[in-house]
Design a protein around this ligand. Structure first.
Ligand code: SER
Length: 314
């Protein structure tokens, strides 16, 4: 990775990944793109181009203009939004991914795109979900993610594109809001804890999902992209996770730092249904064995850092 094009660079992951990659590889070597520019640091601190990922010609044109050797395709709709707009989600998530892969093929570039715990479904084993297992998701987002993993594998086998990917759990950060995901409650709860000392959860108690703090997610992306290609048996679909909790447990963690913090429930059936179809906890051993995946933040450490950072921010 020396010269990197990022799509969806102003989204939840991109807002921070862009800055991290600029630190590592140099500001001018990381080209941020998104459908619209904004005032964020990712948009303002280095090269930025407006790119709609459904426009292949524009994506290739920008990739060639900067002569990139890596494409990181992050632009996508998350699970709850995709469920509300399934046709739009298919066109954006799959069309965008095809264009990202085609751009990587044309430039002979390395390629990264995130998959998700959303790629699993109700018939998947729920606890310590294995790396290789049943994948019959019941959401449009999940269908997109499974198809995306297969498509990225296809581009590797068929065209030799060095594709790589991670099945991310819910990602938690204080920088950019996720927007439209099922795991977003675990971000919102920290904002509400700082602002109001209480939170009403749309996910029910007892619902366990995997999660990870953004700094660990960013390190995982860099480490995977820098890993020896020959060692990657599961190159487009590594399970990664740092913790699994339900709303009661994250609330208890917050209460350690926000005395009197209270959680209540007003369950959203649509997002609850999605959460119920996903694993309780996934097994990340393949990522550890094949490229040394590791994480630093458990629930309490993340809570402490999130609350500190949000108190400064808000
Ligand atoms: N955070 C994502 C979502 O909830 C999971 O990949 O959609």
């Amino acid at each position: 990775m020396k010269r990197i094009l990022i799509t969806g660079a102003l989204g939840q992951i991109g807002s921070e990944l862009t800055l991290k990659l600029r630190d590592i590889y140099g500001t001018d070597n990381v080209i941020a793109t998104d459908i619209k520019k904004n005032n964020s640091e990712a948009a303002q601190s280095g090269p930025f181009e407006t790119v709609d990922v459904t426009d292949l010609n524009k994506m290739v044109e920008i990739a060639k203009k900067y002569n990139v050797d890596t494409v990181m395709h992050l632009a996508a709709l998350l699970s709850a939004t995709a469920e509300a707009k399934p046709v739009f989600a298919w066109n954006l998530n799959m069309g965008g991914l095809m264009n990202g892969l085609e751009t990587a093929r044309e430039l002979n570039a390395q390629f990264f795109t995130p998959s998700s715990i959303g790629a699993f479904g109700p018939s998947t084993p729920k606890d310590q979900t294995p790396q290789d297992t049943i994948m019959r998701p019941t959401t449009m987002y999940g269908v997109n993610k499974v198809a995306g993993e297969l498509l990225a594998d296809y581009y590797f086998h068929k065209f030799g594109v060095d594709t790589r990917g991670l099945r991310f759990p819910g990602l938690i950060s204080y920088v950019a809001m996720p927007g439209g995901g099922t795991t977003d409650y675990a971000v919102e709860i920290y904002y509400e804890a700082v602002k109001n000392g209480k939170y009403t959860s749309y996910i029910d108690k007892g619902t366990y999902m995997d999660m990870m703090y953004m700094p660990d997610a960013l390190n995982a992306i860099v480490d995977l992209m820098e890993a020896d290609s020959a060692k990657l048996q599961h190159r487009n679909s590594f399970n990664v996770t740092a913790m699994s909790f339900d709303p009661e447990e994250i609330a208890a963690s917050i209460a350690k730092y926000v005395p009197g913090f209270e959680i209540s429930y007003d369950v959203d059936p649509a997002r609850q249904k999605i959460a119920d179809s996903w694993p309780n906890s996934i097994d990340a051993r393949a990522a550890k064995e094949e490229w040394g995946f590791k994480f630093e933040y458990d629930l309490d450490r993340m809570t402490k850092d999130m609350l500190e950072k949000l108190r400064q921010k808000l």
